[in-house]
Design a protein around this ligand. Structure first.
Ligand code: NAD
Length: 281
């Protein structure tokens, strides 16, 4: 009889999450007994002492791991026993590995975006990158780009404080130059950039449109959009039309799940099959 695994997701508004299906399908593919439960938090459960108790219950109940999502990625970070170096650098976790009663926090948004770039944009020129959106996801993308060896990283946000805060978290992890801007600087920045990442919610059904005008895109630019609902955003569409190399948000979504699966089980995930599952879901 194969080993059994119990995993879960802490967060709010997680009903539509694809994580349970992605994990359970991969578990089934590997002949594992793998159960992944969504644990929807109510407002009272967002308090650190309640989260600490929930985490302790998960340990007692024999969970092998948890994914952590909005809005508790930061508040859970000091509650685990240990942090991976990458998670400590960014100060946010989306994965907790539970082994022998001890909890370790990881950030597979960072490793997942890095894996997506390696897989979907091999040999991409990382010398001069424009990152639009400096929220939680943008910060994970920035740390991934730093790990991949990014040169200049220009962080653009309508809120300049967010862009500055993001750069401050990077510290020595980013060896290149970091600058912050508001969107009016996009024409100048993109005219000499090698890559562009959208980490704003723009492009989602609830936030239609693109944060970057199509006329600013050129065929020397690779373009990554981390929005994955829909997969073909206005930015992905216009970048494709203008001859850019394009990475959709599926890459980050699938690879963060694959990285978490590997951390929970210690077994390699079949990433290509997980991409096919994602396309089907
Ligand atoms: P957030 O709200 O924390 O941050 C968004 C940031 O974008 C904010 O700082 C905001 O000021 C800025 N912004 C909004 N519109 C802008 C514009 N036009 N120009 C410049 N800056 C602008 O959101 P988040 O948690 O960082 O997530 C952002 C999006 O990333 C989500 O909506 C989701 O679609 C996507 N996401 C994808 C994955 C994945 O696995 N592919 C994972 C996480 C998030």
């Amino acid at each position: 009889m194969s080993r059994s695994y119990l995993a879960g997701l802490f967060g709010q508004g997680i009903g539509p999450s694809l994580s349970p299906e992605l994990h359970e399908r991969e578990g089934a593919r590997q002949d594992l007994r793998y159960v992944y439960r969504s644990i929807e938090l109510d407002d009272a459960q967002l308090a650190p002492e309640r989260l600490r108790a929930l985490l302790a219950h998960a340990v007692e109940l024999g969970f092998d791991g948890l994914n952590i999502t909005h809005p508790v990625k930061h508040v859970m970070t000091p509650l685990v026993d240990d942090l991976s170096p990458g998670a400590a650098a960014i100060g946010a976790i989306n994965t907790v590995v539970i082994r022998d009663g001890s909890t370790t926090g990881h950030n597979t948004d960072v490793t997942g975006f890095a894996a997506a770039v390696r897989q979907g944009l091999p040999d991409a020129d990382l010398d001069d990158i424009v990152l639009v959106g400096a929220g939680g996801a943008g910060t994970a993308v920035a740390h991934a780009l730093a790990d991949l060896g990014a040169g200049a990283l220009h962080v653009v946000d309508t809120d300049p404080h967010r862009a500055e805060r993001l750069l401050a978290t990077l510290g020595p992890r980013h060896a290149g130059r970091g600058t912050t801007h508001t969107p009016d600087r996009l024409p100048a920045l993109l005219s000499r950039a090698s890559g562009l990442v959208n980490a704003t919610p723009m492009g989602m059904a609830a936030h239609p449109g693109s944060p970057v005008e199509a006329s600013l895109l050129h065929d020397r630019l690779w373009v990554a959009d981390i929005v994955y609902r829909p997969l073909v955003t206005a930015l992905v569409q216009s970048a494709t039309e203008r001859g850019c190399r394009v990475l959709t948000g599926a890459g980050m979504a699938v690879n963060q799940a694959a990285d978490s699966f590997e951390l929970f089980t210690g077994r390699p995930a079949s990433r290509a099959a997980m991409v096919a599952d994602f396309d089907e879901l």
